[in-house]
Structure formats: C-alpha cells, structure tokens
Design a protein around this ligand. Structure first.
Ligand code: ADP
Length: 486
C-alpha cells in the first residue's frame, strides 16, 4: 500500500536534496483538503545547481551509444510498469483522479512513451546532400551531409492534470535525443515525479541527466524559463503561463515548445451512432473531471438529434459516481484544489446569469469544496464565456446546428485549436469536417485517444510544437550541416 513521502526531496545531480534555504510548500489531498506532506520550494540558486548538473551530464549522455540509451529508456518503462499500482495510488491521492484513470490510462501512457522513444533513440539519422556550389578547387570534390545533435539542456515544465504521462511525454524523447532534463512538476502534484526520479535512478540513467526541481512556478519555473544555460523549454500548461514562459525565454533565445489550453469542439452529426456518440461526448468532458487540455468542452449537435443527445448527456452526467480517487468505485474525483473548483463554479454561475440552462450538475460539494458535479449547460450562444473560455472542469456547453457550413464556422470560432472530434457514420462528413476544422488533432468517432506514436499539439493560441510521435523527437534535435571539400 501507498507510502507517500512526508517531507519529499528534489533530485539534483543524482542527490536527493532540500531547497538550499530549507523552504517547503505543503501538498494536499484535494478530496479531503488534508496535508499529505511537503515538497521543497526551490529558489533560483537551486535551479542554478540543477542546470549545472544537467549541463555536466548532457555531453557524455549524448555520446552514449543509442542502443544503450534505448536500453535504459526501456528499463524505465519496465520499472514504471512494475510499480504501476503504487504510482496510480500516488496520483489518485495527490491529484485526486480516480484510480482507474491512473491505472488504465495515465500510467500505461507513460510506459508507452518510454517504449516508443526507446526505439526512436536508435533511429536518429541525417541526410547526404549534393549541393550545386560551383567553387571546386582543382582535383577536389565537394561533399555535404547533415547530422542530428541533441538540443542540450531541456527544462520540462508540466502541469497538474495528468502529471506522470505529461512528464513522460517530455522526458522520453529528450533522453532518446541525448538531452539532459531539469523537470519542474506542478506544485500541487509533484509526488509522482519524485517517485519517477527514484525509478529512473534504479534504471541506471547517469546522474545529472534527470533532475527534479519542485516548488512554485512563479519562482523556480520562471528561473528555468529565463535561465541562460537552458537550451530549450518544453512546456505544457495554461496559455497565460505559456506567454510568460515565452517572454522569459527571450534572453538566450532558447527553443520553446508550448502545449497550451483548448476549447475543443465535439461535433455530433445527425447520422452519428448515438450509442457511441453520447457516452463518447460525455467522456470527452467528464474524464479526469474535465481537467484535460483536449477536453471536449463545446458540443455541437445536429438539430435532428439535439433533444435526444442533451437528454442522454444529462442522464450520463447524473449517473457518474463522485468520490475519493482512492475509492475503487469512484468514476469522477475532485478538482485539483479549491482555487480551481472556485474558478469552475464561477464559470457555471456566469453561464446561469447569462441565461443558459443548467440541465445537469452545477453544484460544488465536498469537505474541501473541491468537487463539481458533472455539468451540462444548454441554451448557450456563441458569445457566452462558457463557450469561449477554457474552464478546465467537468462542464459541457451544448449548442444546436443545422448544416455542415454552420458547424464548421461554429467549431472554428475560437482562439484555440488543440483538438476536436466528429461523430458521424458518413465517410463524406468525416473527411470534410476533419479537413476543415482547425485543430492539431481531429478524432472521428472517438475523443482523447492518445498514443506515444501520435503527434499531439495545437494550432492558433493552443501553442506550437508537438509532443509524441517522431515529431517530438525531432524537436529535441538540432540539424548540423557539414560541407566539405575532400
Ligand atoms: P495553473 O495556472 O492551472 O496552475 P500553469 O499553466 O500555471 O497552470 O502551470 C503549469 C506549470 O507551469 C506548473 O508546473 C507551474 O508551476 C508552472 N508555472 C507557473 N507559473 C510559471 C512561470 N511564470 N514560469 C514558469 N513556470 C510557471
């Protein structure tokens, strides 16, 4: 059974340490509001030490044979898998998610990342190129080729909604490419990253290739984003923090990848299989209590099936069992903290006052006020805040449409462009809508389908760069061109 650390430490250069000034922040069980323990509250000097450790380790790690890097990545995957029950319980306790979400989606997702990128580590290759340069000394020939080299020291800054898999989405391609990483998990959910650090040490990753800095984002996260010896920041989180990171990164023009917020549309056509579409649309928003960057928070339903779908969604929402993440019967847990629950209930109150109808849920419950009942909001219009803003909670806004042109315009009427789903039995609708909806990912008859092989990331204000897939590996590599007279 779970033994969460009471006074957790951070990992710098292979050593488990407190913050240099001894500062800590408390970490809570979001369901009960009780303190589970503390984590170090790192300052800029701790960040300096972690970046220095990463810098020292990076060169030798990049020079390690790819097969050896792959072997260690595969071993990390094996160790995560061997400790899946403990990691799932830790995530359920610290983040609040139901055990089944951690056990069957999040932690296996992390395993998949390390396995996929173990293979990719051995498939890094450049090109040979024949240039048209006319300069050619007598008796000599020109040759040119490219090599792919690790970006260097990476700061991975991750949020609190799915801590372990989002961490793995940064670490696995970075390690495969030969980068060293300083990870900054979110202050509310650092425990799984700390346990991952122990497993990564056990897997034999050389000291300093992986470092964990904990504490407040505005202090240690900001110090990493502005650090002159960090070569790349890989960020997942809110659009506002993404902007702050981009500003902070200017000093040394470090590479930045941003996987930000979303307001993903779920389009249910009149010809959809509603036995699939209704639970699918409900899961798209209620999974992980809506704390998913690709959550399907706007549903557009064809007029011919609108009443049936709204009724089905409301019934589904009303049937979900809320509870502590560690209770195996729980289908939906609390939000990550009281501040987030307050914010989400503010959006619900706003929708009510703008004239929307709350057809399911809408309540805030629990000893710490962190539970929001699964909420379906109908009678919404395109200008309402509930349709425009990312809520990051279990709140679905449903609108009616009449034809394809109208729903394409509705789906694209957002500053975000992270993901979308289309529910239809028509091949023509599936193709036409998936090509016209502006989003980094469009799912057809499914939603939130992640895999280590599938690039995920946004267009518009949902950010740039991709996690997962070959493209993620490429983003941790630079191209060096070599042009030679031989
Ligand atoms: P939220 O606002 O919901 O807490 P964020 O996007 O701010 O989500 O958090 C994602 C990650 O960014 C967390 O690890 C957090 O500590 C970190 N963070 C927060 N503010 C900053 C900042 N100014 N610079 C760098 N990282 C930050």
């Amino acid at each position: 059974m779970l033994d969460a650390p009471k006074a957790a430490r951070m990992l710098i250069g292979g050593q488990w340490v407190d913050a240099a000034d001894g500062a800590v922040v408390e970490t809570l069980d979001p369901a009960s509001g009780k303190i589970i323990g503390t984590i170090p509250d790192a300052s800029a000097s701790d960040v300096d030490a972690a970046v220095a450790a990463a810098r020292k380790a990076q060169g030798p790690w990049a020079a390690t044979p790819p097969a050896e890097r792959a072997r260690i990545l595969w071993k990390i995957a094996d160790l995560i898998e061997a400790n899946i029950d403990e990691l799932s319980e830790l995530e359920a306790l610290d983040q609040g998610k139901p055990l089944y979400v951690a056990r069957w989606a999040e932690i296996p997702g992390a395993v998949g990342q390390f396995r996929f990128f173990a293979g990719q580590a051995m498939a890094i290759e450049g090109q040979t190129i024949t240039p048209s340069i006319t300069y050619q000394p007598q008796g000599k020939e020109m040759r040119a080729w490219t090599v792919r080299e690790a970006v260097g020291v990476v700061a991975a800054i991750v949020p609190w909604n799915s801590p372990l898999v989002l961490t793995a989405m940064k670490l696995a391609p970075a390690f495969a490419a030969g980068c060293a990483v300083v990870l900054k998990p979110a202050e509310d959910t650092s425990l799984s990253a700390i346990r991952l650090g122990e497993l990564i040490q056990e897997a034999g990753l050389p000291d300093g290739v992986f470092n964990v800095i904990t504490g407040r984002g505005a202090i240690s996260g900001a110090a990493l984003a502005s650090h002159h010896d960090v070569d790349k920041v890989a960020f997942t989180g809110s659009t506002a923090t993404g902007r702050a990171i981009l500003d902070a990164s200017k000093g040394n023009l470090k590479r930045v990848s941003l996987e930000l917020g979303g307001k993903s549309p779920v389009v249910i056509m009149g010809d959809a299989d509603l036995n699939l579409a209704i639970p699918g649309a409900a899961n798209a928003i209620f999974f992980n209590a809506g704390q998913v960057c690709v959550a399907g928070s706007r549903s557009y339903v064809h007029a011919s099936v609108y009443d049936q779908v709204v009724e089905g969604l409301a019934a589904y929402a009303g049937g979900l069992k809320l509870g502590h993440g560690l209770d195996p019967a729980t289908q939906m847990g609390p939000l990550v903290n009281a501040r987030q629950a307050e914010r989400v209930s503010g959006f619900i109150a706003g929708a009510r006052s703008e004239g929307a109808a709350i057809v399911a849920g809408g309540e805030r419950l629990g000893p710490a006020g962190t539970f929001i009942t699964p909420t379906v909001v109908a009678n919404v219009t395109a200008s309402m805040e509930i349709v425009r803003e990312e809520v990051f909670g279990p709140v679905l806004a449903v609108q009616k449409f009449d034809d394809v042109e109208e729903v394409v315009a509705m789906a694209n009427d957002s500053v975000y462009g992270l993901a979308a789903s289309v529910w239809t039995e028509s091949l023509s609708h599936a193709h036409r809508l998936s090509s016209r909806i502006k989003a980094g990912t469009v799912w057809i008859n499914c939603h939130s389908m992640y895999d280590a092989s599938l690039p995920i990331g946004g267009v518009k204000q949902s950010g740039y760069g991709r996690d997962s897939g070959r493209e993620a590996l490429e983003s941790y590599l630079e191209t060096k061109t070599i042009c030679a007279v031989v």
